[in-house]
Design a protein around this ligand. Sequence first.
Ligand SMILES: O=C(CO)[C@H](O)[C@H](O)COP(=O)(O)O
Length: 225
Amino acid sequence: MPSPIICPSMLSSDFANLAAEAKRMKDLGADYLHMDVMDGHFVPNLTLGAPIIKSLRKHTDAFLDCHLMVSDPGKWVPDFHSAGASSITFHIEVCPTPAAAISLIQQVHSHGMKCGVSVKPGTPVDALPDEVLRDVDMVLVMTVEPGFGGQKFMEGPLDKVRSLRKRFPNLDIQVDGGLALDTIDRAAEAGANVIVAGTSVFGAQDPKAVMESFRESIRKHSSKW
Ligand SMILES: O=C(CO)[C@H](O)[C@H](O)COP(=O)(O)O
């Protein structure tokens, strides 16, 4: 059974103190550090790229879970690999065919990184055929429109989580957007075991307690998946 994996979204951190923020989250129990990479084209925002990952990597051995919200992820795979990324998650919406997605997954794996595939809230689960999911290490179901932190959690995408959990009992299923103490149970009940959270973790008085509650919710619900 997949175990809980808690990933603070560094988008909500103080970018001017990124190394210290990464250490703080790791010391508080983060499993992965979630790095939101946005190109101003696939999404209407610009954040960070491989140079920032490279700088951060000098200060941490944490698993750097890089979510590429970009139009041409394949172009950036070598740079993220050299920078020290641990995994790359790309969007299925940028792949014209399943074969293109499979080739991208192979490219990421050939660079020694884990690979995930993501779906936006409006993209149907059928966009993720078995032959694609068989090859990935994780699937990311967005529970907000990608682009900005601090948005309201969307319930609709949880149907995709339910269907994916039935199809792939052992797959790591990540959810991202609006995850907080009042939404975690719905995500965990649906079958998510990898939780990305920015606002609710960085804005908390006690981020460690929030991450522990997420973990506890997944443990509680996973016995019924
Ligand atoms: O991918 C993202 C935005 O595209 C962020 O990771 C996500 O929104 C997390 O932030 P929050 O927990 O504040 O919703």
